[in-house]
Design a protein. Sequence first.
Length: 109
Amino acid sequence: MKNIQREILLGFWKAHILHHAAEANLHGHWMLSELRGHGYDISPGTLYPLLQRMEKLGWLKCKTGAKAGGRTRKNYRLTPSGKKVLELVRGQIVELYEEIVKERKHRKK
């Protein structure tokens, strides 16, 4: 079940990352805390490759910042391509919510 859950949650994590990168630059440690704050059980070994993949896809741009705790901090920002993906994802989330959540509530009444 954990593999199935992880596979589904990868899309949620990506949407969350895109959302926050649209608001402001972010770095991995902050994003890890943010996702965990929402109850997602995600490790650095999952998050950092995910950020790198999103950068390779052209959705995020990484800029190396100042050192923090002996490590160079990478700051990520949303690219124009990432903004298009975020808008697509937002539309899909609304449609999915309408079908899965609202329809279900309506049928229960």
